[in-house]
Ligand binder design. Structure first.
Ligand SMILES: Cc1cc2nc3c(=O)[nH]c(=O)nc-3n(C[C@H](O)[C@H](O)[C@H](O)COP(=O)(O)OP(=O)(O)OC[C@H]3O[C@@H](n4cnc5c(N)ncnc54)[C@H](O)[C@@H]3O)c2cc1C
Length: 238
């Protein structure tokens, strides 16, 4: 399998970066091909703007998604975007490896999502969820977090973890058609003992050995909705 790890941590010695390195080593040992996009090391441009387009369908008014479609068809998207799209197209599994920032992903990774998951290729024209452009690929989040499990559960102070991650798991990965595996979470990383971090790393390696057996998250099928995206009355709940 071809694996792409999209990694977003600003410190090469961080636990999160160690997770990326451990995953690269573990997956290669299993015989997989692994590509890494180390976004800080690449000085990835996080801002989606007019500079992303070499030629414009409409030079007077920027509609970013429409220019993505045009740029993809005309192959005039910025070179850094095209290089990442190529990696994405090659990948059977995409691992997003990052520390939680403000209940979400670091801005540099959000910029990868905004610029690389291009309209026309990954979604668009009523192609999303099980009709999304990235159907057939798997995705998994590998995250580090300051909080603890009891803070991110149903009765926890911050609510459920999957609710916190919904814009990523559902609104991005599920939306573009990817099969979304349950996230791997390295809890409370800065505050635990070194030995506990070693255990976490071993748990992550174990997780990577079980990728094929993981039960994916469930998202709606487009078949259950009409042309206006209203639920079809007769459809069984997805
Ligand atoms: C802007 C911002 C917003 C944030 N928002 C949230 C939030 O909403 N919710 C929340 O819970 N947290 C939040 N945090 C906290 C953040 O998620 C955690 O600090 C981060 O995930 C910790 O992971 P890390 O890799 O950066 O840890 P690090 O601090 O880099 O690593 C911890 C320790 O592990 C050591 N280490 C490195 N490699 C290994 C290894 N192989 N084995 C053992 N030890 C190793 C490092 O040397 C270090 O001492 C936020 C932080 C920031 C900066």
């Amino acid at each position: 399998m071809n694996v792409l790890i999209v990694h977003a941590h600003n410190e090469p010695g961080s636990f999160c970066t160690s997770m990326m390195k451990a995953a690269t080593q573990e997956l290669r040992a299993q015989g997989h091909e692994v590509d890494v996009s180390d976004l800080y090391a690449m000085q990835w441009k996080a801002v989606a703007d007019a500079a992303d387009f070499g030629s414009r369908a409409n030079a007077d008014y920027l509609v970013y998604a429409l220019e993505q479609r045009h740029g993809w068809e005309a192959k005039t998207l910025a070179q850094d975007i095209l290089a990442e799209v190529e990696k994405l197209q090659r990948a059977d599994l995409v691992i997003f490896n990052f520390p939680i920032y403000w209940f979400s992903m670091p801005a540099i990774l959000k910029g990868w999502v905004d610029r690389v998951l291009i309209s026309g290729l990954c979604y668009g024209g009523m192609r999303f969820y099980d009709r999304g452009g990235l159907k057939g690929k798997k995705a998994m989040l590998a995250i580090t977090i300051g909080g603890q499990p009891h803070m991110l559960c149903e009765d926890g102070i911050h609510g459920e973890l999957q609710e916190m991650l919904r814009p990523i798991l559902r609104g991005t990965l599920g939306y573009t058609g990817m099969t979304v595996l349950p996230p791997f979470v390295a809890w409370h990383v800065p505050y635990i003992q070194p030995g506990q971090r070693g255990e976490l790393m071993e748990q992550y390696r174990q997780r990577l050995r079980q990728i094929d057996a993981l039960q994916p998250l469930r998202f709606p099928s487009m078949d259950h909705f009409d042309a206006a995206l209203r639920p079809r009355p007769a459809a069984a709940p997805w």
